[in-house]
Design a binder for this molecule. Structure first.
Ligand code: TYM
Length: 286
């Protein structure tokens, strides 16, 4: 579909607080692999961060910490372009044009807006509402063809594809923008909270025990794994038996991903053990 465009990867991470294991396994691990194979652009998307109020001084620190996190995870300035979104004003300019292409009906379907705005929608910023249009501008500004993200960004990427298609149709040039492909890891695209296996691991979750931050010390990580919610049943041999055990599935997925293994292999290794034995092994790895 994108035969007239050179392969180009684009992705972004918001500089809001600490990077966590969800960011790493869901997105950044993939960023590092992709920079070995193709041209990549990675942005610290501060214009996205201000859709929710940010203290300017803290935001500056968070931007620097996010860059440090990128480097610590293995991103290399010599291989990838790494930059701060607001330093390129064309992101905001193209976003305005996309505000005029995108449809209210499309934005009304965005589940992340509903989650973030909560019950008091009237009080949410307009920026939070049109944020997916800015995300489309980030990607299409560079005519990027591939976008590595976690599962929570899938809907925004579908919107980006709709915007690219509509723009191309409206202005009679079917090849003006590429239709970008999401790159979503099949098994680890949604790392869940350590306190509630039905919620994704997130920077905004109140309890720090719900996530493993990339800056946590070894002791903190061990403590968090120890306290992570599980259940009293033993680890099964078949992943179907984990369907109604989201916390158990999450910990086993995390373990599989960190050991570069698969859930099937982990189940073979751990079958019959209870979670206290499993957690001991899991926390020894950090
Ligand atoms: P952000 O900053 O919330 O998250 C950065 C990346 O981490 C992934 N992620 C997760 N993956 C698996 N499990 C989780 N619990 C988890 N939490 C976060 C996200 O999917 C994301 O890939 N809107 C985007 C940033 C953005 C962007 C872009 C991405 C702005 N412009 C253009 C791609 C292309 C966001 O808020 O990600």
């Amino acid at each position: 579909m994108n035969k007239n465009f050179k392969d180009l990867v684009f992705s972004g991470v918001q500089p809001t607080g600490n990077l966590h294991l969800g960011n790493y396994l869901g997105a950044m691990k993939n960023f590092v692999e992709l920079q070995k194979k193709t041209n990549c652009i990675y942005s610290i998307v501060d214009l996205h961060a201000i859709t929710i109020f940010q203290d300017p001084k803290e935001l500056n620190n968070s931007i620097l910490e996010t860059v440090a996190g990128f480097i610590a995870c293995g991103l290399d300035f010599k291989k990838s372009i790494i930059f701060n979104q607001s330093s390129v004003s064309e992101h905001a300019e193209l976003a305005w044009i996309f505000n005029c292409v995108s449809r209210l009906g499309w934005l009304n379907r965005m589940t992340q807006f509903k989650e973030k705005a909560g019950t008091n929608k009237e009080n949410a910023s307009v920026g939070l509402y049109v944020y997916p249009n800015l995300m489309a501008a980030d990607i299409l500004l560079y005519k990027a063809t591939h976008v590595p993200v976690g599962d929570d960004q899938k809907q925004h990427l579908e919107l980006c594809r709709d915007i690219a298609n509509k723009f191309n149709n409206d202005f009679g040039n079917s090849e003006f923008f590429p239709i970008p492909e999401p790159l979503i890891h099949k098994n680890f695209s949604r790392v869940m909270s350590l306190r509630d296996g039905k919620k994704k691991m997130s920077k905004s979750e109140e309890s720090d025990y719900s996530r493993i931050n990339l800056q946590d010390s070894e002791d903190e990580i061990k403590k968090k794994i120890k306290k992570a919610k599980t259940d009293s049943s033993a680890i099964p041999s078949d992943k179907k038996d984990l369907e109604k055990r989201p916390e158990a599935l999450n910990l086993l997925n995390i373990y599989s991903s960190i050991t570069s293994s698969t859930l099937e292999k982990t189940l073979k290794e751990m079958e019959g053990k209870d979670f206290s034995q499993f957690k001991k092994k899991n926390s020894l790895m950090y």
